[in-house]
Design a protein around this ligand. Structure first.
Ligand code: GLV
Ligand code: MN
Ligand code: MN
Length: 391
């Protein structure tokens, strides 16, 4: 399975993955998933949000289902593991359970959620949010990709039939268990191959629009400028400093400059900040401090800054009883990364996560990695958990 996925959407220059929702590489991943489901005799079900579930429904399996899986889309130039490891491990766990001769007493679903990264439409976990009803179709329709395309048009262009809104099948789900590559080095420090998630830090995305005055890069004396790039640069430094001082995270990873010319003072800079904190209050305070410093600097630069909140995801605390049942002495650790499991937990579906050790901790980048032995330990842990939950 890993070898078949390895080539899909891979950049020859960086070795990273470009699997944006409803674009070619991600569609190839979904086609691969459909083949894998068919090869195992799993029933495939699609919803109108771009999500897919493969159902294992042995005779006699009754009651609400246990859902596992993850996502197949990636960030721009992402790693191989973030998302696909959870999907591949779920299919491998089904194989392992069958090899063991185990028949679940409840249906098991392997889910692939769409646009988990928010790399195209800007809102992370869009597929699971729509499925769970925590984001409305109206809100989703307002979103645009960088080329101005909306989600429904993107789905139609990919040959899908959009029907945005809560997914019927999610109502038949008792709990969700997502396996994921760890995106830090906590398990390395603890010398453990597999752990579980306790919580997800509150996090948000914020759009900063800096505006100034375009002018000649040679003839405009330095004191005469209203350069929004300077306001942006100081804001990025302030964000890093404030996050560091408070033990939190703030990142400007995407900017758009106009007119983007070497020999002109720019007229505008749009920059997106990703901020994550240990508590909801700390997140609000961090963003307010950065906005205040940006506004003060804009006053000195003769520029303007407007800050818009694109999304805020409050803290998620995973189901302690479910996590405790599955832990068996493994470490239970918080994460700063967002996940579909957090969305489903927020929607009232008991959810838990298994993490597989990542030797370098690198993620959202081509160097993301997990050793095969650890991945196999993850499959075993997932199969054991599915046994426990579906007995
Ligand atoms: C998703 O991976 C996120 O945390 O940005
Ligand atoms: Mn992920
Ligand atoms: Mn990710």
């Amino acid at each position: 399975m890993w070898t078949a996925l390895a080539a899909l959407g891979r950049s020859a220059s960086s070795g990273g993955y470009f699997r944006q929702p409803f674009a070619t590489a991600e569609r190839e991943c979904h086609a691969w998933f459909a083949e894998q489901a068919a090869a195992r005799g799993l029933r495939l079900e699609h919803d109108g949000n771009g999500n897919t579930v493969a159902w294992w429904e042995p005779e006699g399996a009754t009651g609400k289902a246990v859902l596992t899986g993850s996502h197949l889309d990636s960030v721009l130039d992402g790693g191989a593991y973030d998302g696909p490891l959870g999907v591949v491990s779920a299919l491998a766990a089904v194989d392992l359970l069958r090899d063991r001769g185990f028949t679940p007493g409840k249906p098991v679903g392997v889910a692939v959620f769409a646009e988990e990264e928010g790399s195209r439409f800007g809102l992370a976990c869009l597929g699971s949010r729509l499925a769970a009803g925590t984001t409305t179709p109206e809100r989703a329709r307002e979103l645009r990709d960088p080329a101005g395309v909306g989600i429904e048009d993107a789905m139609v262009a990919a040959g899908l039939e959009p029907d945005l809104g809560p997914s019927r099948w999610l109502q038949d789900v008792a709990c969700y268990l997502e396996l994921h590559v760890e995106q830090g080095r906590d398990l390395v420090h603890r010398d453990e191959a597999v752990g579980l998630a306790s919580s997800i830090w509150p996090h948000g995305r914020y759009r900063f629009d800096f505006t100034g005055q375009a002018n000649h890069a040679g003839t405009t004396a330095m004191p005469d400028r209203h350069d929004p790039m300077l306001t942006y640069a100081m804001t990025a430094l302030a964000a890093a400093k404030q996050a560091r001082l408070s033990g939190n995270r703030a990142t400007f990873g995407r900017i758009d400059v106009g007119p983007n010319a070497t020999n002109a003072v720019p007229s505008r800079v749009t920059a997106w900040m990703d901020a994550r904190c240990a508590s909801d209050d700390a997140l609000a305070e961090l963003v307010a401090t950065i906005e205040k410093q940006a506004t003060e600097r804009a006053g000195r630069d003769g520029t303007e800054v407007e800050v818009r909140v694109e999304s805020v995801t409050p803290e998620v605390v995973f189901d302690a009883e479910l996590t405790g049942r599955l832990a068996h002495g493994r470490p239970v650790i918080p994460t700063q990364a967002g996940h579909d499991a957090g969305v489903l937990a927020d929607a009232g579906i008991p959810s838990a996560m298994l993490f597989v050790r990542n030797p370098t901790g690198i993620s959202h980048a081509p160097d993301e990695h997990a050793e095969t032995a650890d991945c196999l330990a993850g499959v075993e842990a997932l199969a054991d958990a599915l046994t426990e939950l579906t007995r």
